[in-house]
Design a binder for this molecule. Structure first.
Ligand SMILES: Cc1ncc(COP(=O)(O)O)c(C=O)c1O
Length: 398
């Protein structure tokens, strides 16, 4: 049989999906499973989104659409950016894609040649490594453990950027939920300004999910001169409860947006018109669903943190955004649960799922094997019982 392309030996299926699949299987077998594994919002968009889709269906021509995205969607996204304090973007600076994942993949193809260096902090969103591997880029990972609040320091960044082509930054973070303050962003922006040959890609898809009044801040506002090499990635998946609609955006220099449009023209042609209608309605319609969900997520974060803080040995920086908590659970390593050794995060998550019916994602999927990720988008009534099972699990370790 002929062989697959060499790059496929570097491509791995998502570790997060593997846990979700196992939890689903156990549930199908009749087990009482509480899933903290997958990062999908547990709400649907408002009725106005569905109405826009019905209206679009009535008018649908069935034709191909624009490779960049329809003007009305570009304009709605530009207004959305302005709502986040980012002004001055025109249609030529924007392109759309099939979710942020596809946009990030397009950017990797547009910016990175084989062997080029891409720098990003660890813990990272799993897909970053996989996309870099597929395009043959070299990853330079910057360890940001719980002891430094999972945050990148200016000194780390400064030391890592020489020779790099791309710096990839995710704020608020998946998997840690950490959010950089205005001062922290300004300090990193000062470093970035000293390295003019590096593209800055900001995966800011959780930028509307920020708690405690700290706000969302970005390099472009901190240092306007960074704008001509800063690329913002956004998505409707999390904020609007629309992960399956698959709409992502890029905003940046005209050449970069145009590169994404060119790749679209060869990969996908266009995001479907019906989906575009939903996206326009979500961005420009009432924002009460996302706002209400933000308050709910902040309260759920508090529930998770209170439970974790009561477990001796667990260390967990307090997240201020997204819907993830990322405790360091390495105090459990070397212990046993009902005779089964917990040697690492994968053992921990497997034994926890099989015995207590709680699904979490091992931290090694995010480059931090001392931790696990709890995604707290489950229905609220499941949250406290799920956390109680985790507490019991720790208490029963020997
Ligand atoms: C940090 C981060 N970036 C990008 C994505 C991809 O989002 P989308 O659904 O828009 O492809 C995710 C999804 O979990 C994510 O957590």
């Amino acid at each position: 049989m002929p062989s697959l392309a060499a790059r496929m030996s570097r491509a791995k299926p998502s570790a997060i999906m593997a846990v979700a699949e196992k939890a689903k299987r156990l549930k199908a077998e009749g087990r009482d499973i509480i899933s903290f594994s997958i990062g999908v919002p547990n709400f649907l968009p408002g009725e106005h989104v569905y109405q826009a889709v019905r209206d679009a269906l009535a008018k649908d021509s069935g034709q191909y659409g624009s490779n960049r995205g329809p003007d009305a969607l570009l304009d709605a996204f530009i207004a959305h950016l302005e709502g986040s304090g980012l002004s001055g973007y025109g249609r030529k600076n924007i392109a759309t894609g099939i979710g942020a994942k596809h946009v990030l993949y397009n950017l990797a193809e547009a910016l990175l040649d084989p062997g080029d260096v891409i720098v990003f902090p660890t813990p990272y969103w799993t897909t970053y490594v996989d996309i870099a591997d597929i395009v043959g880029a070299q990853t330079r990972l910057l360890p940001c453990p719980a002891t430094q609040n999972y945050k990148l320091t200016p000194a780390q960044l400064d030391a890592a950027l020489p020779g790099a082509k791309v710096f990839l930054f995710n704020n608020p973070s998946n998997p840690t939920g950490m959010v950089y303050s205005k001062d922290e962003i300004a300090a990193l922006a000062d470093v970035l300004a000293r390295h003019p040959d590096v593209w800055i890609v900001c995966d800011d898809i959780y930028n509307r999910m920020v708690f405690d009044g700290i706000g969302y801040h970005n390099f472009v506002n901190a240092r306007p001169e960074l704008r001509d090499r800063t690329i913002l990635v956004d998505s409707l998946s999390k904020t609007y409860g629309m992960p399956g609609w698959r709409v992502g955006f890029v905003a940046g220099p005209e050449t970069v947006a145009q590169a994404v449009v060119t790749l679209n023209s060869n990969h996908i042609t266009n995001v479907p018109e019906i989906v575009n209608a939903a996206a326009i309605a979500a961005l420009s319609g009432p924002q009460d669903v996302p706002t209400a969900k933000n308050a709910e997520f902040a309260a759920k974060r508090d529930t998770v943190m209170a439970a974790l803080e009561a477990i001796p040995g667990v260390v967990c920086p307090r997240p201020q955004g997204a819907f993830y908590v990322f405790p360091d659970i390495s105090c459990a390593f070397g212990k046993s649960y009902q005779g089964r050794l917990i040697a690492n995060d994968v053992d921990f998550c497997n034994v926890l799922l099989e015995t207590k019916g709680v699904a979490c994602v091992p931290g090694s999927a995010f480059g931090e094997p001392r931790a696990l990720r709890i995604s707290y988008t489950c229905p609220t009534p499941q949250l406290a019982p799920g956390m109680q099972r985790i507490q019991e699990f720790f208490a029963e370790l020997r």
